[in-house]
Ligand binder design. Structure first.
Ligand SMILES: Nc1ncnc2c1ncn2[C@@H]1O[C@H](COP(=O)(O)OP(=O)(O)O)[C@@H](O)[C@H]1O
Ligand SMILES: [Mg+2]
Length: 268
């Protein structure tokens, strides 16, 4: 977990470069909710609000910024628009369209669930642009007994894959928006609803009910049954590895959720 910075702690050169884009900054609401960003803040400026994500060039995940900048125009309007990018004093800053929503609630009785289904339906129609992304086969095949089976995960779709509820912003009945595209991946469209299942189980759904929600996303119907079985196994391996590397209550719950989905698939 990186040390979180605040707007006020940034070097004067960085402030000046941002002000050149936005005009005067009246207030900064720093947020610590992010899992990766070194800086995440909403600036209230002379020209309106802007959400700023910043990473230092020397940080392990510095590549995230390029990925997000590359993807955003292709994932509009699900993804917030990128207004500007600044390179100053070792910092790489992206200024995004500010979204007013809150993180989604995935609980079993949540009214957000149909909005998430709609967002995943929109996402399922997007083709992966010709920019550098992750690849579904590279990411998940290694967790299979026979990695050659991972070709089942290949496809032309643009996938988000990080459906942690803080990345899905809900604003009343408006369409849900997806932020945080650092793990954008090329693969089969049904993979996003499949990734969602684990978060639903983590949020209190029994596995069969979580899968029923995922199945409402149209791309789900394009998934061969055997490919879903394989993906459940691969996703379980992925979360198992993550929970071992970063043991905490969330990764461990997601690991257990993925294992519950594998057991459901095994029941047929
Ligand atoms: N464009 C935006 N407008 C308003 N809030 C945003 C925007 N993008 C992200 N956020 C908020 O900031 C949080 C952190 O941003 P995110 O892109 O998810 O970074 P991280 O990689 O740190 O998780 C999100 O969970 C969301 O609450
Ligand atoms: Mg995030």
């Amino acid at each position: 977990m990186p040390v979180q910075q605040t707007w006020n702690s940034l070097p004067a050169d960085v402030h000046a470069a941002v002000l050149a884009q936005t005009g005067a900054v009246h207030r900064a609401d720093d947020i610590a909710a992010g899992y990766v960003s070194q800086l995440a803040t909403t600036l209230h400026t002379e020209s309106g609000r802007v959400f700023v994500k910043g990473l230092r060039h020397d940080y392990t995940f510095a590549w995230n910024q390029q990925r997000e900048a590359d993807i955003a125009p292709h994932a509009a309007p699900l993804a917030p628009a990128v207004r500007w990018r600044i390179d100053a004093d070792g910092w790489d800053l992206l200024g995004f369209e500010h979204l007013t929503g809150r993180g989604a609630d995935y609980a079993p009785d949540s009214a957000d669930l149909p909005l998430v289904v709609d967002a995943l339906a929109t996402l399922g129609d997007l083709r992966c642009p010709d920019v550098r992304t992750e690849d579904a086969v590279d990411r998940w095949a290694r967790h299979l007994d026979d990695p050659a089976d991972g070709t089942a995960f290949a496809g032309p779709a643009l996938l988000h894959t990080d459906l942690n509820p803080a990345n899905v912003l809900i604003d009343g009945a408006a369409p849900a928006r997806l932020v945080d595209w650092a793990y954008a991946t090329r693969g089969a469209a049904w993979i996003d609803p499949a990734c969602w299942i684990v978060w639903l189980i983590h949020s209190g759904h029994p596995a069969h009910q979580a899968e029923q929600w995922a199945a409402k996303v149209p791309s789900w119907s394009t998934a061969p049954k055997h490919s879903l079985d394989l993906f459940a196994t691969a996703l379980s391996g992925y979360w198992h590895t993550l929970a071992t590397e970063y043991p905490n209550p969330i990764t461990q719950s997601l690991r257990d959720g993925a294992a519950a989905w594998v057991r459901l698939r095994a029941e047929g």
